[in-house]
Design a protein around this ligand. Structure first.
Ligand SMILES: Cc1cc2nc3c(=O)[nH]c(=O)nc-3n(C[C@H](O)[C@H](O)[C@H](O)COP(=O)(O)OP(=O)(O)OC[C@H]3O[C@@H](n4cnc5c(N)ncnc54)[C@H](O)[C@@H]3O)c2cc1C
Length: 357
């Protein structure tokens, strides 16, 4: 079948690759450059998402943990296991028993894909790994494992694999509208396909609306920002933001420190930038944990992306990270989808396309 994939983020690239592997003739349309949007503005973690256990998303966490292991095996030059500390303070954050149950489940769901067992560190051991953690009230820390990637380069690596499998990638090729009969309109004209896969991430619903295709799914667009700080980070930290249930990260990244992230609802017409308010929020989060406060001149850059989350009326912190695949005629649309699970999402897309044959 002739299949068009719209969107050159990680979900589009992996869908295209999986479709080519199953024998389809695939053309990918990306209106800018491959990996130019959300997929290169992530927290750079290949992870199961420990915090999604609280939402009961056990299947998603299991899928993500297995996919994490696939990425780590496939491209070891662009991603690696990362040990993360979960510090535990007197009177602050979730109770220790809750962290212990969460990590036990995490390990159980990973099964044979687990990287290494988690362990409890006493305050001295925790401070040895992260000497600038505030010592007052520190009861210890859990140390557990996830993966870290260079999201931009790993995405381009996946695009190279897709090309090698036969995918034609067209950059600077914006799709204006699509039809349920398989017509795809670009500024160069109308093309016809046997199936059109709309994987435009945060813009997926916008493309359906522009094309007059109804959908039962809506996207909740939630911006997340990061700071890149010009100082080395001795150990990765995951911790609660004070006076909130939110968690955020302080991570070593390419010799610098990456601090993120935020959750701000926004519309597609707003600029996708880290606001001053988010910058202050992230600095406050860092300084609430570390004895060496961040100086403004150490922040070398900021970046932001929009999470395409399945809409819920809830607070975005509670929004599910599950994704949905919807079919209308020859159009298949993906709503949501984490970086880590892009390959398994692509495999599901390929199964839906196969039914159209
Ligand atoms: C702040 C933040 C942190 C995150 N951290 C992590 C993490 O650590 N680990 C993890 O697993 N996940 C993480 N995620 C989630 C993950 O990054 C995203 O869900 C994923 O990258 C989305 O990929 P995508 O391909 O669906 O979308 P995108 O990467 O946004 O790609 C969509 C592409 O479609 C293109 N497009 C749109 N409209 C058209 C059109 N009409 N014609 C042609 N092309 C079009 C866009 O230009 C864009 O390149 C994070 C997300 C955010 C925002």
């Amino acid at each position: 079948m002739r299949v068009a994939v719209i969107g050159g983020g990680i979900n589009g690239v992996m869908s295209a690759w999986e479709l080519a592997k199953t024998g389809h003739q695939v053309t990918l349309f990306e209106r800018q450059k491959l990996m130019g949007a959300t997929s290169s503005a992530s927290t750079k973690l290949l992870h199961g998402g420990l915090r999604y256990l609280e939402q009961g998303s056990l299947l998603l966490v299991r899928e993500s943990l297995r996919e994490r292991s696939w990425w780590l095996q496939q491209a070891p030059a662009l991603c690696h296991p990362l040990q993360i500390l979960l510090p535990h303070y007197q009177g602050r954050g979730r109770p220790r028993w809750m962290l212990a149950i969460g990590l036990f489940l995490y390990r159980l769901l990973a099964g044979s894909a687990n990287i290494a067992p988690h362990k409890w560190l006493n305050p001295q051991q925790a401070l040895q790994m992260s000497p600038h953690l505030k010592p007052e009230g520190l009861l210890g820390a859990y140390a557990f494992w996830d993966g870290q990637m260079d999201d931009y380069k790993l995405g381009l690596w996946a695009a190279d694999q897709a090309r090698a499998a036969g995918v034609t990638c067209k950059e600077h090729a914006s799709v204006n509208t699509i039809s349920q009969d398989g017509d795809l309109v670009t500024s160069a004209g109308i093309l016809h396909f046997d199936a059109i896969v709309n994987v435009a991430g945060p813009w997926a619903r916008q493309l359906l609306d522009a094309s007059g295709i109804p959908s039962k799914h809506q996207l909740d667009l939630v911006r997340g920002s990061h700071l890149l700080v010009n100082r080395p980070c001795p150990a990765a930290i995951l911790a609660e933001v004070p006076a909130s249930k939110r968690i955020a990260f302080i991570l070593p990244y390419q010799g610098k420190t990456l601090v993120g992230t935020t959750e701000e609802r926004q519309s597609l017409t707003d600029p996708i930038n880290c606001s001053d308010q988010e910058k202050h929020y992230l600095v406050r989060f860092h300084d609430s944990l570390m004895t060496n406060p961040l100086r403004p001149d150490e922040i070398s850059s900021t970046f932001a992306g929009i999470r395409p989350l399945l809409y819920s009326n809830d607070d975005p912190r509670q929004a599910s990270r599950e994704y949905a695949i919807e079919q209308q005629g020859k159009v298949i649309t993906v709503f949501g989808g984490k970086w880590t699970t892009a390959r398994s999402l692509g495999q599901k897309v390929a199964k839906v396309v196969a039914k159209l044959a």
